[in-house]
Ligand binder design. Structure first.
Ligand SMILES: [Ca+2]
Length: 697
């Protein structure tokens, strides 16, 4: 009890001290300025002050040297837009309404910028915003549109779009400095939000750093060649590997859009490197290593620009005397994979993306060079800004002011666990929805759409290579962590029923025909399948992506030997195939390591034209149709990702979806073969079946 009381007294004394510090008796404002610097996707592994093995960041380190480094600062939902919304509101995603990128932030709600503005602060935001709606609560704003490009960004202001020429990291800094020097009201304290796009994908370095690290080898992380044994489906089915998921733009094999002058510098830097690579014909692990070096070097070059530019702003604070009364924050919207587990990107509750860098310099408050392992969260930033400004913290904000931590007077009642919830699935990189709790030592994760759990002992397994969820020796820990998860979900008001967004999204797919083969001049056109090769092959594309959607596929066929694949898309890990085996129409599905199939109850007559089709509904219910009549139904599952194998008509090209030995080519006449996304309906069947009238006899 005594401890709790002294903590309360401390907070009270501090609050009073801050309130009385507002004015110095002559009406002069003395409340501290707040400079909040946030970059995008800057992992702590790439910061000198965090012991980086891959780069140096002398300017960013100045903030840590003059203040406090947080070694356990976590995010609530590791992805760009949602993190920004959490920082503005001090609330978890489910309460601020911004759960995934692509949402639109409701700027009508309570935000820290509005509260600071109302408290007499000058408020400004420059750089990345990424919340779709315009900023609210800012006296001045000049922001990138969406992700924004690395070069020559058009930027949005209340007066309209302003076009800039140059490197975005430099431009954002020029805007921040211009506001500090020329645009703000110097009579008021300021809250400046200065946010970089860098080092977000696809890591285009600035003109000054295009050849930095050339000829060097950047250290590889210990888990670059992780095989994901020891973890469940999610780690095995994600799409963020350096090996397979970096594209030619990411790897700079294709140059970005640049002015002629910029292009000249770019080509001088990349053309010789690319030529050497193309001639090298690397394979296997050597190729992964090349990709890793290319990716990490470009990533670090982007950080070099951030570091130099933050240095310019810190220099200005020093020269102008503002440093003394300005609290400087540096953080990233979340953490990042620099090849750990073979990955780039973020999203996971695994440490590298869950933890974000945070350094805070507050002269007279933070002890220079101090380090804390107290658990902080991006949920706390809004509350901290408010307390710095001497403002009350609204009771509906969910974080805590970090001021006691900054003063190294963390109360014993400080949080001993953090809660996480990631939503963006289906989505880029195919990371499953998950939630979980982390304590000092343990982490419990629930991938709830799969109902798969993982438990880690971070002391024994800091790289999170082997889940001990099923290990009887951890039964007590598991029990304790499940209790904690239930409690913490309740604490943050995230204990309602879990919505299956996957089925929700599938239900909203509009019925639409996306492909039609064997049809011309408004009538069916017969395609002769020779039983050898497919009549049509089409590479995998976003346009014909069967993932997370209901669909109907099929067509007319006539055959003396009804054996083989009518239509297939995908292969052994993801996809579907509609085929006939001894005359029995069968639908095969593959997704997430599971296979399923549904066969008609009997062989069908195919000597005359017969319509054969299959559909999948939003809940994964499959149906086989013969001449438009349902002949079999069964609950299967949705395909959860886009297959890398393409589409083929008359055989299953590439790796196989169904239970057959080779590509199982069909010998038949086929016509009016269609692929529909969305729910089947009467109109669809009426039109499709009517084409029989125009088939040759
Ligand atoms: Ca980000």
């Amino acid at each position: 009890m005594k401890r709790i009381r002294s903590a309360t007294v401390l907070v009270f004394v501090l609050t009073v001290a801050l309130h009385t510090a507002n004015q110095d008796g002559y009406g002069k404002e003395t409340r501290p300025n707040i400079l909040f610097i946030m970059s995008d996707d800057h992992g702590y592994q790439a910061l000198g002050c965090y012991g980086s093995k891959v780069n140096k960041t002398p300017n960013l380190d100045r903030i840590a040297k003059g203040g406090m480094r947080f070694d356990r600062c976590f995010v609530t939902n590791s992805i760009c837009g949602p993190c920004r919304a959490v920082i503005l509101t001090g609330k978890y995603s489910h309460l601020n309404g911004f759960t995934r990128n692509g949402n639109t932030f409701d700027g009508g709600q309570q935000t820290v910028s509005k509260l600071l503005q109302a408290a007499g602060y000058q408020t400004a935001v420059v750089g990345k915003w990424h919340l779709r709606s315009d900023p609210t609560g800012f006296d001045y704003w000049h922001i990138l549109q969406g992700q924004g490009p690395y070069y020559n960004p058009p930027m949005k202001t209340p007066e309209g779009i302003v076009r800039h020429t140059g490197y975005t990291t430099d431009i954002i800094t020029d805007l921040a400095l211009d506001w500090l020097k020329n645009k703000r009201n110097a009579e008021k304290p300021f809250y400046l939000v200065y946010q970089h796009k860098a080092p977000h994908r696809n890591w285009q370095p600035g003109p000054k750093y295009l050849t930095k690290y050339d000829g060097e080898t950047i250290a590889e992380p210990a888990t670059l060649f992780d095989d994901y044994e020891g973890r469940g489906t999610p780690a095995k089915t994600q799409q963020m590997t350096i090996e397979r998921h970096l594209n030619p733009n990411d790897l700079k094999l294709v140059p970005p859009k640049l002015t002629p002058e910029q292009r000249e510098l770019w080509d001088a830097a990349y053309e010789p490197k690319n030529k050497a690579f193309l001639e090298s014909q690397l394979e296997g692990k050597d190729l992964v290593r090349w990709k890793y070096q290319r990716y990490v070097k470009d990533y670090l070059r982007c950080i070099d620009s951030v570091d130099a530019n933050v240095g310019r702003v810190l220099d200005y604070l020093d020269e102008s005397g503002l440093s003394e009364n300005t609290v400087v924050f540096y953080t990233s919207d979340q953490g990042w994979y620099l090849g750990e587990h073979g990955w780039f990107d973020k999203r996971w509750m695994y440490e590298e993306s869950f933890r974000t860098p945070l350094m805070v310099r507050w002269p007279g408050v933070t002890e220079p060079g101090s380090v804390t392992t107290d658990m902080a969260m991006n949920l706390d930033f809004a509350e901290t800004f408010l307390e710095i400004a001497g403002q009350p913290i609204p009771p509906d904000m969910q974080g805590k002011s970090l001021i006691p931590v900054l003063q190294q007077k963390t109360p014993s009642t400080w949080r001993d666990s953090v809660y996480y919830h990631y939503y963006e699935y289906p989505g880029a990189h195919s990371v499953r929805r998950h939630l979980g709790v982390r304590t000092d030592r343990y982490k419990l994760i629930h991938f709830y759409n799969l109902d798969e759990w993982e438990l880690y002992d971070l002391k024994k397994d800091p790289n999170e290579m082997k889940s001990v969820y099923s290990d009887p020796a951890h039964a007590d820990v598991l029990k304790m962590m499940k209790v904690r998860l239930t409690k913490i979900r309740k604490k943050y008001k995230d204990d309602g029923p879990i919505v299956d967004l996957q089925a929700d999204r599938a239900r909203n797919v509009r019925t639409k025909m996306v492909r039609q083969f064997g049809y011309a001049d408004e009538k069916p056109k017969v395609l002769i399948l020779d039983g050898k090769s497919p009549a049509v092959r089409e590479p995998s594309s976003n346009e014909v992506d069967p993932s997370v959607r209901p669909f109907t596929v099929g067509g007319w066929l006539r055959s003396a030997d009804p054996n083989g694949v009518l239509l297939a898309q995908g292969g052994e890990s993801l996809g579907y195939s509609l085929y006939l085996k001894k005359g029995v129409p069968t639908l095969a599905l593959r997704s997430d390591g599971q296979g399923g199939q549904l066969a008609a109850p009997a062989a069908i007559e195919t000597e005359d034209w017969t319509h054969v089709a299959a559909s999948l509904d939003a809940d994964g219910g499959a149906t086989i149709y013969v001449n438009g009549e349902s002949v079999a139904t069964k609950k299967l599952f949705l395909i959860t990702g886009r297959p890398s194998d393409g589409l083929s008509l008359g055989a299953d090209s590439g790796s196989l979806v169904g239970d057959y030995a080779d590509s199982f080519p069909l010998r038949a006449e086929v016509a009016d073969v269609r692929i529909y996304w969305g729910k089947t309906n009467n109109r669809l069947w009426r039109i499709w079946l009517r084409s029989k009238e125009k088939l040759p006899q």
